[in-house]
Design a protein around this ligand. Structure first.
Ligand SMILES: [Fe+2]
Length: 257
């Protein structure tokens, strides 16, 4: 498996506190079947792409010395604000200048987000939207993601969302997105060990009850691999989500009595 969203770099953001914890996270990931992980710290914690790439090399050396067979790839999680798209150095996976992991404010996808995404695309980049199932706008209306897919964005779901880490509404929304072809890849967004850790194996176990094994392979291997190779990812045609009208049915039943 490939895990393209982790906060494994020690001492950069709210992820791994030190090298020891980063190695523990990596050992767990390897035991779970992860062979490649992208280090994607919050870019605003250290907005220096060159230094982040050095930090990835340093941690790779630690992993090699500890004989933990996890291959790291450089990356970052880019918080979208009105200035983001104008940054001189946009962090992309493996520095290949193709795919960039972005996140929006949780409470509201702001009006400038579309413009920022467009500007990134003009620079030849494909935005990957981190954990869409956690955004308030998506919880309110999962179908709003159809527009972002139509615009050419990819969507990355967190394994922890499926495991109830962010509450039942996020979990339910993650399931809805999967069932309606609105997820391109799953990643852990692991920040530490334990519940907020690199939970790809647990995420796959949850996926097994929702999608086919072929779909799981796409979400955890095929598409992440294409992203790291800078290859195109075939577009999805999301299905329209039609919410169950529970209250209406309840009312009908009562009326029928
Ligand atoms: Fe993250």
């Amino acid at each position: 498996m490939l895990d393209l969203h982790t906060h494994i770099l020690p001492g950069i953001d709210d992820g791994a506190a030190d090298v020891g914890q980063a190695l523990d996270m990596a050992a767990k990931a390897v035991a779970d079947g992860v062979r490649i992980a992208a280090a994607t710290p919050h870019f605003d914690a250290l907005p220096d792409w060159d230094r982040l790439k050095i930090a990835v090399n340093d941690l790779q050396t630690e992993l090699d010395q500890a004989a933990i067979p996890l291959q790291l790839v450089s990356g970052a999680e880019l918080y979208i604000d009105p200035q983001t798209a104008a940054l001189p150095n946009i962090p992309t996976y493996g520095d290949q200048g193709r795919y960039v992991l972005i996140e929006f404010p949780m409470r509201e996808i702001p009006g400038y987000a579309r413009d920022a995404v467009f500007k990134l695309q003009v620079r030849g980049l494909t935005p990957i939207i981190a954990h869409p199932e956690r955004y308030a706008d998506v919880l309110a209306d999962p179908n709003c993601l159809r527009e972002w897919i139509d615009l050419g964005c990819l969507l990355q779901m967190n394994s922890g969302s499926l495991l109830g880490l962010f509450g039942s509404q996020v979990e339910e929304t993650a399931r809805i997105l999967l069932a309606h072809d609105m997820v391109h890849l799953m990643a852990s967004d692991g920040h530490s060990t334990g519940r907020r850790g690199m939970t790809m194996r647990e995420g796959v176990q949850a996926l097994e009850a929702i999608v086919s094994s072929a779909a799981i392979r796409e979400l955890t291997e095929t598409i992440p691999k294409r992203i790291l190779e800078g290859e195109g990812v075939s577009s999805k045609t999301p299905k329209l989500y039609r919410p169950k009208r529970r209250f209406w049915l309840f009312g009908r039943r009562r009326a029928g009595r």
